[in-house]
Design a protein around this ligand. Sequence first.
Ligand SMILES: *Cc1c(COP(=O)(O)O)cnc(C)c1O
Length: 382
Amino acid sequence: MQLTEKINALQTPCYLYNLTLLRKTLQKVTEEAGRYPAFHVHYAIKANANPVLLKVIREYGLGADCVSGNEIKRAVECGFPGNAIVYAGVGKSDEEIRTALQEDIFCFNCESLPEIRIINELAAQVNKKAHIALRINPNVDAHTHHYITTGIEENKFGIYLCDLDQVLAELPSLPHVKLTGLHFHIGSQITDMTVFRSLCLKANEIQQYLKNRGIVLPHINFGGGLGIDYNNPHAEPIADFASYFSTFARHFDPTSPNQQVHFELGRSVVAHCGDLLSRVLYVKEGKNKKFVILDAGMNDLLRPALYQAFHKIENISSRLPEEKYDVVGPICESSDCFGKDVTLTQTTRGDLIVIHSAGAYGETMASRYNLRNLPGYYFEGM
Ligand SMILES: *Cc1c(COP(=O)(O)O)cnc(C)c1O
């Protein structure tokens, strides 16, 4: 990134969103998914719920994937119609379910039988029939960080295959829900397409099992999870949507010619479109190390502390020779560290530091820990 007068004037810490790149990314998503008429893409709002970004995303015709009642409300406020909203989550509260019923959403992605019973009960109260999909835990390992792996049998997400029969047996006694699909979401930051192929093969098996019992569902939803290249944000600013969608087109067998296929992409849509900008408060010389202490902390960008995530870090103020630093925040936690042994041009107080690819799970995870202010945000390419 170039240091311009405009960027130098921004109040840090802040997120800087590149709407030109967001539009290019959306162009590519819609072009690649558009090769397959049955494919529909929902944007997973939890990755970044900034209303300015949401409105741009809606312009390209994506639906919304929500994981809370407030996300449903935000989606509706930003122009997503109810019939383009899907709603997942292991712990939907009664109030959240009522919100979703009121907006007549496309589908509840259900994660347990007790939840389905409550949706049935609340739908009955307003005399509606809720469309549901069963979120199946397919026991496919995403081979990603264990905190962002969600589709193996030891975690809390989805309905286990061994419990499927019990759910199917009870559905006829729940007249206010209608089963319209299957849902999967096996994890995040997945760059190995063989993982998605395994998911397709598993989905094919499950659909065959259902077909043998006379159940043919109008839609299937493969969730999100497509990863991005955090190491090379400049060389690879747009995720590999072509390989992603073609993997599903090649390996998934729809049970009927008009079965619709849904996706819920979050990270891959917005990650590279946002950077976190921060100023150097101090450079502190340790015994064997130098610490760059930023005015941004883990409350502004939690991913490194939470998942040991890597973000490329750059000093855009200095053109001096390179040195190695540990780049840390001001928060009273040892995990408040953005990177160890990071190579930066020689750094001094006041330099502007860019933490790249922070558009997904950045601003949405920001908190007021230590009673710090929430990070600001600015846009390029409005
Ligand atoms: C988080 C989440 C997504 C988005 O995942 P990405 O890895 O950001 O694409 C999609 N669906 C569900 C159910 C999720 O919880």
